[in-house]
Write a protein that binds this ligand. Sequence first.
Ligand SMILES: [Zn+2]
Length: 154
Amino acid sequence: MATAVADLSEDAIMAVLDKVMDPEIPVVSITDLGIVRAVTTDPPRVMITPTYTGCPATVAIEDAIREALDANGFRGVFVERQLFPPWTTEWISERGRERLRAYGIDPPHSNTTAQCPRCGSTDTVEISRFGSTPCKAQWQCNACHEPFDRFKCH
Ligand SMILES: [Zn+2]
C-alpha cells in the first residue's frame, strides 16, 4: 500500500524526477537533460526549464512530472516553469550524453561535424535540418552508412 503523503525531502523528490523520462527520447530522464533546475521543500516545488520553447514535448513533460509526483505521494509539490536563463544543451549531464549515444543520437557538442553514435566516425553528412522531431537534425554516416539523429546545439 502506497502512503497518501510521502515524506517531503529534496532527495525523495529528485529520486522521483530521476525516473521521469523524456517523452521524445525515452532513454534519458528529465534530470539527465538538465530540465530540472531546482527542487525545494519550503515551499514545496520543482522548478523546470523546458528544453525548447514551442516544443510540443514541453506540455507532455509537465504532465509526466505531475503524474509522477502525484503517484509517489507528492501531490502538494508544485511544478513551476522558469524560462530564464533559457535551457542550453550544456545542461545535459554526462550520464545523459552516454545514454543518448547508446540510443543512437549524437549528443550535443561544439564540433561542426556530427560524430556517428554507432561507429564513432566523423565522416558524416547532414541529410535534413529536421530529424524525427524539430529538436534534432538527421545525419548519415559515410563510414557505416547508418542514418542518425543529432541534437541541435543552442
Ligand atoms: Zn557510422
